[in-house]
Design a protein around this ligand. Sequence first.
Ligand code: ATP
Ligand code: MG
Length: 276
Amino acid sequence: MSATVRKLQPVSSLNASGTRPMVGIEKVTMAFGDFVAVENVNLAVGDGEFLAIVGPTGCGKSTILNAIAGLLKPAVGAVSIDGATVSGVQNDIGYLFQQDALLPWKTAFENVELGLMFRRVGAAERRDKAMAWLEKVGLKGFEGRYPHQLSGGQRKRVQMAQALITEPKVILMDEPFSALDIHTRHLMQNELLRLWQEDRRAVVMITHDLEEAIALGDRVVVLAAGPKSHIIDSFPVDLERPRNVAEIKLDPRFLTLYRDIWASLRGEVEKSYARR
Ligand SMILES: Nc1ncnc2c1ncn2[C@@H]1O[C@H](COP(=O)(O)OP(=O)(O)OP(=O)(O)O)[C@@H](O)[C@H]1O
Ligand SMILES: [Mg+2]
């Protein structure tokens, strides 16, 4: 894995509709030595589409996300972002990790401006943008705090600002809210929807939480239990936006979707437990 190489070559993959996807995953197999985690995955995420991926633990969700980010290389197949093949770590993505990924020795402000520093943006512009983003995520006045002086939800807000400040083409999220209590999680989900709604970008979000997947996503994709995990189902979520995550769960269509997707996911979750 190289952190410096970033060669982009054009690829010609098109959607069924003939438009080019923002994220293209074509015949991708991911392996760790002899262990094949993911086999022959094909997936296209449109510009502005919010895609949620669900699947049993250990099936390869994070592995797929890391392939999009260019952190892992497919054994077979290719990933593209905006038509360019991914080879090496990507600049065009914002990555929201499950665990706290803030630098503990830097303040909220310094953490948020990091991505702009790496892109050699001048100090004045960095300051303006970082302060604006801290305000957008509800942390005005907290810019001088260190991560240990912030709550879990506040740290997540800093991470959100950190991931979005560079205006990435694609936002990757790996169970970003799973460590939060249920009330904070709802707040953060609504906050995320608000920010995304303002400036729609392609999102690929992984979650264990089927309610979260339906409440946030335009589409929910179900992965099979591993090894050799693959996509077994894809469900469009035809619920209006803007959405409120607490209210949407009361919509009868939400319940129907939940039932259908759970029927697909349940068997895989059971297989995954049986194999362990
Ligand atoms: N670096 C690695 N070396 C060897 N095996 C790995 C490595 N990373 C992941 N795996 C294996 O690949 C499979 C998929 O892992 P991955 O982390 O993608 O699963 P996941 O779906 O994200 O699981 P979870 O929901 O628990 O986060 C697992 O069986 C895991 O043990
Ligand atoms: Mg994972």
